[in-house]
Design a protein around this ligand. Structure first.
Ligand SMILES: NC(=O)c1ccc[n+]([C@@H]2O[C@H](COP(=O)([O-])OP(=O)(O)OC[C@H]3O[C@@H](n4cnc5c(N)ncnc54)[C@H](O)[C@@H]3O)[C@@H](O)[C@H]2O)c1
Length: 359
């Protein structure tokens, strides 16, 4: 087992990474000692896939209530959350109770949102089960649900007391979800995570799926995200670098109404477009851009046939939450591994880069 010690604001907790970690209920009980009843918020899809393992895991706890979540982006809303909160009350959860979230980023955000509200906030243990959630969504304490007007518009910061990334779950992840996680790992490597960059440059989409390689990547990438969040928990400065690739990426997803495109594919397109902007703005060298292209190609994230016009995407970038004073703010690369945040760029550079990427 590998461990990362996270010290974020007032919170201090461990992130555990390893195979079949959830089975050791004795160790986990010691880590959460003092907690009362547990509400286990579990993805119903994950339960179908791993029911034998999960029954064995849950058998280790007596004082628990199971809440199955139909995990989809549509259900990540506060009306569905009200059902869960009502369920917490009916089952007698109290201030010393604990929520265990077991699932991908949707379940983690949703369960975290519920835990942050119930009795003004109860503890949560995050058990991310997708690659993306292990390196990104499950790390950093942001919890939220969606509104019709946009994703993640209602939420708060609610740090977990423990994160358990049990890599046994990664065996059932389809390629599309592996690639979503890899897009975020590539992003981390380009903005400063040198250890992941080394690993990524030695592998490709097939060889990276080896459990030991994925665990190494989860460890380094999660550790990198912790270091950024620890320096700026509430996103007042440095944490903004984590948006690299997401200004264009979010605009692509939102323009396509979140259909026919995965988050990873949109982020990969965003990484490419924003690297091209970095080069056109005189920051990133041609060799630097070549490295970005190489990384995306290795993991089948380069030619993802995104078939959407650039005009609509450029229009959608104007609604990015991170914009200030009516100008689009970018994270740009000075070099692979070195990012600058809060950057503005002339419109003609943005237009050319987005057109070239989405052509
Ligand atoms: N809080 C944050 O800081 C943060 C950061 C990034 C993303 N997010 C949020 O995370 C969500 C995306 O998370 P995600 O990419 O994990 O997607 P997800 O939670 O939708 O999971 C993707 C799919 O994989 C399934 N799944 C989960 N674990 C599996 C496994 N082990 N094997 C097979 N299938 C499995 C899920 O049921 C789902 O169908 C979005 O809602 C996004 O807004 C939050």
């Amino acid at each position: 087992m590998k461990e990362i010690e996270a010290v974020i604001g007032e919170s201090r907790y461990t992130i555990e990474i390893g195979n079949r970690l959830l089975l050791d209920s004795q160790r986990l009980k010691e880590k959460i000692s003092g907690s009362g009843k547990c509400a286990v918020v579990l993805s119903n899809y994950l339960y179908d896939l791993h029911w034998e393992y999960l029954i064995e895991v849950l058998g280790g706890y007596t004082n628990k209530e199971l809440f199955l979540m139909q995990d989809s982006e549509e259900n990540k809303n506060y009306i569905y959350a009200e059902n869960f909160l009502q369920g917490f009350a009916v089952k007698g959860l109290a201030r010393d109770s604990l929520v265990w979230s077991i699932g991908g980023g949707v379940v983690g955000d949703f369960a975290g949102y519920c835990a942050s509200l119930y009795m003004r906030g109860i503890n949560i243990v995050q058990c991310p089960t997708t690659l993306l959630a292990m390196v990104d969504a499950g790390i950093g304490g942001k919890v939220a649900v969606n509104l019709q007007s946009g994703k993640n518009l209602v939420g708060s910061f609610h740090q977990p007391i423990l994160v358990v990334s049990d890599t046994v779950f990664l065996s059932t992840l389809p390629d599309r979800e592996i690639k979503c996680g890899l897009a975020e790992i590539i992003k981390h490597s380009l903005i400063g995570d040198a250890a992941s960059m080394d690993i990524l440059l030695k592998h490709n989409l097939e060889s990276v799926k080896d459990e030991s390689v994925l665990s190494e990547l989860v460890y380094h990438s999660a550790k990198f995200k912790v270091s950024v969040v620890a320096a700026d928990e509430k996103e007042e400065g440095l944490r903004a670098i984590l948006n690299f690739g997401h200004t264009v990426g979010h605009a692509v997803e939102s323009f396509m109404a979140y259909k026919d495109i995965s988050h990873g594919e949109a982020v990969a397109a965003g990484i490419l477009a924003e690297s091209r902007i970095s080069k056109e703005a005189g920051l990133l060298s041609a060799d630097g851009l070549e490295l970005v292209v190489d990384l995306l190609k290795r993991y089948d994230l380069f030619d993802n046939s995104i078939n959407c016009g650039s005009d609509g995407v450029i229009e959608h970038m104007k609604f990015d939450k991170k914009n200030k004073e009516n100008s689009v703010r970018f994270v740009l690369l000075k070099a692979p591994g070195e990012a600058l945040y809060n950057q503005t760029v002339p419109n003609d550079i943005i237009n050319r880069a987005v057109e070239e990427t989405l052509a």
